[in-house]
Design a protein around this ligand. Structure first.
Ligand SMILES: Nc1ncnc2c1ncn2[C@@H]1O[C@H](COP(=O)(O)OP(=O)(O)O)[C@@H](O)[C@H]1O
Ligand SMILES: [Mg+2]
Length: 248
């Protein structure tokens, strides 16, 4: 099955996910257009990470469909690796390979999966490192970097695969406060450059400033979704009002 609307990058149709007999996602519907920055907020345990991980099938949905670029990637006949390459993911815990230099971390995927030559992959990696001000760290190992540097590397490593969408799961939550800004700045620049992004975060300033759609997840359902201005200044559901009163 395919969808026709060419502006829709990801369409989530009645997504449900259970772990054993615990129902974590209870029918999520969402549309992410090209260029959207969808910000997902909600309390701990509400299902935000599970939702994000279902988008690229790191978790297998129990039922429902996920259309990515028109293809239902939950269809068993689909080669998920082809589609997953187009979805960059950045986690709270960086996930860089500790025994590899920054440059090798960045060229591994492009040389192995995109079959770029080492020269091509390294040239591209250096350009990306320059973009985030870390070209001088190309030969460093992750243990020699600050948390903020590691996360900026994790972002450009994902970008080196030329993804069509970037998925972020609380990318600043593990950082010391003074390093949050440098990572958010990279993400803001990415958004300004037109990257489609889905971002789970507690950074409400970021959500307001660059979000195009804000989604509030509570107990495995999307309780409210709106453009940032309306979402923050005129929340409708009592549960969202209560949540915002705690985090704003
Ligand atoms: N692999 C798993 N096995 C069992 N339960 C899980 C697993 N992953 C998440 N859960 C449960 O699903 C619920 C939602 O988790 P999660 O999506 O991580 O929430 P959030 O990211 O909003 O904090 C939690 O109750 C969590 O314990
Ligand atoms: Mg989470």
């Amino acid at each position: 099955m395919t969808t026709d609307n060419s502006n829709v990058l990801i369409k989530v149709d009645n997504l449900c996910k259970s772990f054993d007999d615990v129902e974590v996602l209870k029918g999520i519907n969402a549309e992410i257009d090209k260029g959207d920055v969808m910000v997902v907020i909600g309390a701990s345990g509400s299902g935000k990470s599970t939702f994000l991980r279902c988008l690229n099938l790191l978790e297998e949905p129990t039922s429902g469909s996920i259309y990515f670029e028109g293809t239902d990637i939950t269809d068993a006949s689909v080669d998920i690796n082809v589609h997953r390459q187009k979805m960059g993911m950045v986690f709270q815990q960086f996930n860089l390979f500790p025994h590899m230099t920054v440059l090798r971390n960045m060229t591994l995927g492009p040389t192995r999966l995109l079959r770029q030559s080492r020269e091509e992959a390294e040239a591209n990696a250096m350009k990306l490192l320059e973009r985030v001000g870390l070209a001088d760290r190309a030969n460093a190992y992750p243990s020699q970097l600050s948390g903020g540097q590691k996360q900026r590397i994790a972002i450009v490593r994902a970008l080196a695969m030329n993804p069509d969408v970037m998925l972020f799961d609380e990318p600043t939550s593990a950082l010391d406060p003074e390093m949050v800004g440098e990572v958010l700045e990279v993400m803001k620049q990415l958004a300004r450059d037109g990257m489609t992004m889905v971002v789970v975060t507690h950074e409400m300033g970021f959500a307001r400033e660059v979000g195009t759609k804000i989604v509030f997840v509570d107990e495995g359902v999307i309780v409210e979704q709106n453009a940032p201005e309306e979402f923050f200044s005129n929340p409708k559901s009592p549960r969202l009002r209560e949540f915002l009163s705690k985090v704003l």
